[in-house]
Design a protein around this ligand. Structure first.
Ligand code: ARG
Length: 391
């Protein structure tokens, strides 16, 4: 019998996909990745088996997700189109990597996912599988099956006794993991309409956030966060703690009309409280520690790096080469940043580092000033010389 490993989320699409693949003659093995979405995995396992899966793999990938995917993106300051911290995009190559590993273990020739034909995620899954295991065949049931609407799919589920959670039309499409929540569809499809309060899943409204600001100190070592308020925390605990504190202060809400890889513009909102705090603190520390040219050049690299993540090219040669550059820039990035959270804002208000390049005696306007202002005159003449219009 043909074996297929399906990336299973537990939603309507992937539940129907199990049955649909089975009807097409496949033995379906489900793979559930725990990337911090907070689902009840025992329940999902039952649902997969009741939908017709022959076996279910559940893997806790949170640690690997942070170390090998989130942290490299943080070190790179990778932000897509100036706003999106790439939570969904970062999880896809990791999930695809495990699809491939399980397919090898199970000697399966096929892998499958539940993405539609309009989004980025299909590209990310398939490009990754193609890079890691070019011989594996990929099936995308949602892209090819006969159901024309969600209603038809629900009818199919009922007819085939597929356990589904809510038959009512879900107002939003939500993807959640440790690094953030992505929310689209429904009322959000009107780019002019303000997102309704209920669309946000984890963050408080700024209006309802505490009236007192909260200060945090984040200690970084070689570009990675290690301590929160002087307390060493493992990376999972640290991100969970920052998500909680940030969410309370309405930090990390993003509203974006973005350019999808497949050519469509779409409006999506995001919540990434820990990401917002860590990105601003990390970038701020770079301001103190990195030399001007490295810092400016790194901005160009960040832009490209964010595109590579968004486009699903995590395992590309260029991404690996850029990692070498980024890691080099992080060698001295040790120090502490103090941030202030208040009603949706996260502002860095203090920073210190043993590797700081800040020299008070050069910057000061006070009497300790050691900067020789007379030298500026010659510098400006020579600096501006080649830009003069007429001789
Ligand atoms: N637009 C984001 C991306 O391409 C998120 C996609 C998934 N969003 C969702 N609500 N299911 O990375």
């Amino acid at each position: 019998m043909k074996k297929v490993i399906l990336a299973y989320s537990g939603g309507l699409d992937t539940s129907c996909a199990i049955k649909w693949l089975k009807d097409k003659g496949y033995q379906v093995i489900c793979f559930i990745a725990d990337v911090g979405q907070g689902d009840d995995f025992t329940l999902l396992e039952k649902r997969a088996l009741n939908s017709g899966a022959s076996k279910v793999y559940i893997q806790d990938l949170k640690g690997e997700f942070i170390q090998d995917f989130i942290f490299p993106a943080l070190k790179a300051n990778a932000i897509y189109e100036g706003k999106y911290l790439l939570a969904t995009a970062l999880s896809r190559p990791l999930i695809a990597k495990y699809l491939v590993a399980i397919a090898n273990k199970e000697k399966a020739d096929f892998v499958a996912h539940g993405c539609t034909g309009k989004g980025n995620d299909q590209v990310r899954f398939e490009v990754t599988v193609n890079i890691l295991a070019p011989k594996l065949e990929i099936i995308a049931p949602v892209r090819i099956w006969e159901f024309k609407s969600r209603q038809e799919e629900i009818e199919y589920a009922k007819e085939k006794n597929i356990p589904i959670v809510a038959t009512k039309e879900k107002p939003y499409s939500i993807d959640k993991n440790l690094w953030g929540v992505s929310i689209e569809c429904g009322k959000l499809e009107d780019p002019w309409a303000e997102p309704p309060g209920e669309a946000y899943q984890i963050t408080k409204k700024p209006e309802e956030a505490p009236n007192q600001p909260e200060y945090l100190e984040i200690y970084f070592e070689e570009g990675l966060p290690k301590k929160l308020n002087n307390k060493a925390l493992n990376s999972i605990k640290l991100i969970e703690a920052l998500n909680k504190i940030g969410a309370k202060h309405a930090v990390g809400r993003i509203d974006l009309v973005e350019n999808r890889l497949v050519g469509i513009k779409s409006r999506e909102i995001y919540e990434a409280p820990a990401g917002a705090i860590l990105y601003s603190a990390h970038k701020d520390l770079e301001g103190l520690v990195l030399d001007r040219e490295v810092s400016h050049f790194k901005e160009i690299i960040s832009l490209k790096y964010s595109e590579l993540i968004y486009y699903g090219l995590w395992y590309s040669q260029l991404k690996q080469a850029l990692d070498e550059f980024i890691d080099k820039t992080q060698e001295n990035l040790t120090g502490t940043v103090r941030v202030k959270l208040y009603k949706g804002n996260c502002v860095c208000v203090g920073r210190k580092s043993p590797n700081s390049l800040y020299k008070k005696e050069l910057a000061t306007y006070g009497k300790e000033d050691k900067f020789n202002q007379k030298l500026a005159e010659g510098f400006i003449k020579i600096f501006g010389m080649s830009h003069q219009s007429k001789g």
